[in-house]
Ligand binder design. Sequence first.
Ligand code: NAG
Ligand code: NAG
Ligand code: NAG
Ligand code: NAG
Ligand code: NAG
Length: 944
Amino acid sequence: MLKKEYSEHNYNSISEDYSDRNSRKYNFTRICVILATAIIVAVCLFKFVNHFRIANEEESVIIAESNILSKNSLYDYNDTCAVVSDDFKFDCFPRGKSDQQSCEERNCCWAPTGNDSDSLVPWCYYPTNYNNYKVVNITQSRNGLIAYFNLSSETTYKENIKLLCMDVSYHTAQRLRIKIYDAENTRYEPPYPEIPAVHLNNSKINEPLVSDYGIVVAENQLGFAVVRKIDNVTLFDSRNVGGFIYSDQFIQISALLPTKYIYGIGEQRANLMLDMNWKIHTLFNHDSPPTDNVNGYGAHPFYLMMEKSGKSHGVFLFNSNAMDVVLQPAPAITFRTIGGILDFYYFMGPTPADVIAQYTEAIGRPYLPPYWSLGFHLCRFGQTLNQVIEVHNRTINAGIPWDTHWNDIDYMKNRNDFTLSDNFSGLPGYVEYLHKIGMHHVVILDPGVSSREPKGTYPPYDDGLKQGIFIKNATGLPLEGQVWNKDGGTVFPDFTNPKTVSYWIDQVSKYHQVVAFDGLWIDMNEPSNFVNGDWQGCIFNNSDHWENPQYVPAIEGGVLNYKTICMSAKQHSGLHYDLHNLYGFSEAITTQFALSIITSMRPLVISRSSFAGLGHFTGHWTGDVYSTWDDLKQSITDIVVFNMFGIPLVGADICGFNGNTTVELCSRWSQLGAFYPFSRNHNSDDCFDQDPVALGALVVNSARKALTIRYSLLPYLYSLFWKAQIDGETVARPLFFEYPSDENTYNIDTQFLWGPALLISPVLKENQEEVQIYLPNDTWYDYYSKIAIKSNGSTYTVAAPLDTIPLSIRGGYILPTQDPSTTTTLSRKNPFGLLIAPNVSGEAYGYLFWDDGKSLNVWENGMYNEIHFKYQSSTITAEVVTSNYLDERLVLQNITVFGIQANPTSVIVNGNAYQNFLYNKTEQALYFQTLNLDLFTVFNITWT
Ligand SMILES: *[C@@H]1O[C@H](CO)[C@@H](O)[C@H](O)[C@H]1NC(C)=O
Ligand SMILES: *[C@@H]1O[C@H](CO)[C@@H](O)[C@H](O)[C@H]1NC(C)=O
Ligand SMILES: *[C@@H]1O[C@H](CO)[C@@H](O)[C@H](O)[C@H]1NC(C)=O
Ligand SMILES: *[C@@H]1O[C@H](CO)[C@@H](O)[C@H](O)[C@H]1NC(C)=O
Ligand SMILES: *[C@@H]1O[C@H](CO)[C@@H](O)[C@H](O)[C@H]1NC(C)=O
């Protein structure tokens, strides 16, 4: 099976392949096929690319000479340079020091802006008419167009591509793809995620596809604009902005954007709404505590933009090479990548939620995590088993809801994967005990395998060597770096090799027989390396070409192999140069697959490194954050942005990883962290304990109170994850997702929502016992006092006692709940409840998704229940949409209805008069506490 591309002949069968039901499928056969496919394509690609690159190498000398000869006045300064205002200057000398001569050699404009060396405005910039590709021909096709362009003048970048093809195709009415590639030679393209290429529903073969997009191509040069037809808004305009370059290792395109309201482009620490003031986001997976202006653990070349009308759209560049993405005040964007091709996907929205649904339809919908993984997790680095058990005892004794105990690398012998250190010999027994009391266990696993243990003593290395699955150096031997392994050598499994799948299943499965863990935490998979490149210094033929290309994005360390492996290293699917940003992703796919096979259950896998599409397989945590108030606040932006990236199972280390926390910080962080979709307290080895009990009564109270609320709301949270899986909704989302026409919400990064209905407004500063919260135009109910606020879009001051996090419920929604308990194993046996929050018309809606919480493929197999709830005219009804999971009796016991003005005079439940209700006048809330209704039977509760 080949990577699916559009062609006139096969789109019908392809669209059948990707029928609705199929595209939702999360089955492992498909993953296997994807892996295998990727490999076949990649092998061919690799051979081809390599051949081509060597051929071109010889030409580059000639090009460089002819370039100097062609230096001339392509432009008239007054016409094409002076007219460019500062905000519109596109950098013609990125990451280099230019002067007038070197600038003009590039046929660019030179204009120092004042003497201010800090000025961010480029001094060397492209003239308005700069373009080095001319149109050959443009052909309209049924669902787009194909245009060819040829190179009209060389640039200073080596190996300019001579003939480019631009293939524009409408995939759906809301998804447009523009692929610009070398028409004569195959170049690297990422093997995954597999994007279903054609999705033409209900369209007849001879009719042009009706699309929400228009595309305008510049007539004689390379440049295009993407326009939303219905309101004629230009979403992305690359015409006449200059700076289009397409060379072997430097590909650049710039475009004007409609507004400055831009979100996404990660992973990099930044504000929720990105800064357009000459900001560079560098995408090259890297192990470093999240820091401003430093490339992060993952790569997501995707942004979402809000427009002036409140509509929104999204853009994804499907490219896995190292890249800089530059934002400038025009507003404009520049994508600058050092390999692969330009392969853009545009998503029309029009709501932000629609954009994410369309994006995840392309890259893969989020997976449904096991129910227990939504409980609280506790972890720390730097513990003995005895300390682990002490923490266990005190946490249980404090009555803190808690499901999963984790172990960092302390449990390993010599810090090697798949080993048990002598002082953790009791771990298997502890894990057995955890299972007995309904709890779970997760261990850390690094991709790097120790290479210097005595021969024959460490099967993970010996087996891998025999099977040839490690990433190779120039002599075809395993490339050796150094990570945690104490013996001084580390080699890296190549997860793009199909043989690695069985290798990994084998190793994980053998270890699972030693320690019966329920999930894996995959760390260090950027991949991180403590030496740069390898022990030998990346000795490869032509190594400079890959280790030190002509342009290096703004990465930390300044060289590509800084704290990672050699770019020239050979992987099964190509060179590490191209595949670097996919390393963690490929490990995540393989690990998820291995655990599913071994346990026959839905596993929990949390990966530090990520790429677009990771959420289809695993979750993510935000890495080595600091125990600071700044990092506490930043975590809100991080989790909502990862939800936009299609990875809803995400959280930051509660109380911070690096550095000692304080009691107050950890108390507030325990409150906020109880509302991360993935809720884990984790700590570094050089810090004092920060599990709740270690820090005393305040932290215990905060954690217990907030986590008890979390556990009671887990049916709501789990139902949101189900919606994420089937419809691509976000779980944690910023306010503007629900109020896209309220501009006040666009930059709110101190509050967020669970789904549409639960607003979380934590305290993010020291010494505060109240907090300013923004409530958009709607009816809101305080979670604690039940009091309604009918907001017209204003800021309110609400009380936030030291142990309490402000929460509000939005009118119009019904949230399913369950009586909380100390584990999800226990809480799942408790009665259900409903929180009903009426809107101004006295109505509310909600739904419950329920299954056994652990089986694979429940959606495909239909083994779940779906129940809808409605509240209208003082009547509550339920509709059972699906009821295939019947192993448990689901009892509805409690209902709380907010916003009830007067004590009802009569209540009727399923036709019978009912007395056992309670009305609280101060709260204006009506309570039912002993309903004892069967959730599988339609019910009707009404009152007057
Ligand atoms: C357009 O030009 C390309 C490149 O020269 C060529 O391969 C292609 O056949 C042309 N298409 C048409 C429709 O003329
Ligand atoms: C759309 O906008 C462009 C300018 O942005 C304008 O030239 C064109 O006439 C408009 N088209 C329509 C149909 O309004
Ligand atoms: C933990 O609690 C158990 C049962 O109460 C007890 O037997 C054990 O000694 C305790 N262990 C530690 C390390 O405190
Ligand atoms: C390749 O790696 C092996 C160790 O696996 C090492 O001994 C050898 O020197 C390396 N070769 C090169 C060219 O780096
Ligand atoms: C945390 O505090 C402990 C005890 O005061 C101290 O020993 C340790 O060095 C501190 N850790 C850091 C990272 O500052």
